[in-house]
Design a binder for this molecule. Sequence first.
Ligand SMILES: [Fe+2]
Length: 228
Amino acid sequence: MKTNSSTENHALRVKAQPIGIFETPIAYGELKDADEVMKELEVAIRKRKTTSTGLSRSNIGGWHSDTDMLDWGGQPAQKLAQTAINIAKRMSHFQDSSVADREWLVRMWANVTPAGGLNHLHSHPGNLWAAVLYIDMGYETEQESRNAGGSFYLEDPRFPMTAMRDTAFRMRGADGEPQQYQTEIQLQRGNLIVFPAWLRHGVRLYTGNRERISVAMNIDAVRKDVGR
Ligand SMILES: [Fe+2]
């Protein structure tokens, strides 16, 4: 229907309430009483880095360990995996079985990123959930964090569709605000974030002074009677 300002003047009155559907659940929060665990994880990561060249994935300029950190990260890595699984379980439902009837599997790795490092936009195919724990942001103060970059960001999975007609177009959400194609989440040391593995995400260029350290996880759940 073609409208112009004169027809708008004759529009019918309607009380239309926006609703949000097809939610994308993302959970993040600060680990409690985890200082000791994070220190132990850092020691294990730094030790591993001296003996392993690591992998090349979405990381540019940083060290990405092998994905077998549960084998060399000790008890702290096991604890972290269980914590992430518990969050993933709360956000999961299966039509054919209960969450408890699934075998929950985690692959874990560490990232050590110096200045100049970043992670390209990517997803984690073949998993239900992805998770990241930040152990060292590479800066101490709020002021430093503003200058150091390195923000974690998520991409709206509908982005290609909404941009198809007009890249300047933004849909307003149920809160009335324009929904942007990318959302940055300001994470701090001790923050654990769990999100759908298919949701594309990345880390912007980091320019701080010290290395930053994070631990990432792929989380999957398989039916026990079917096996892997
Ligand atoms: Fe990732």
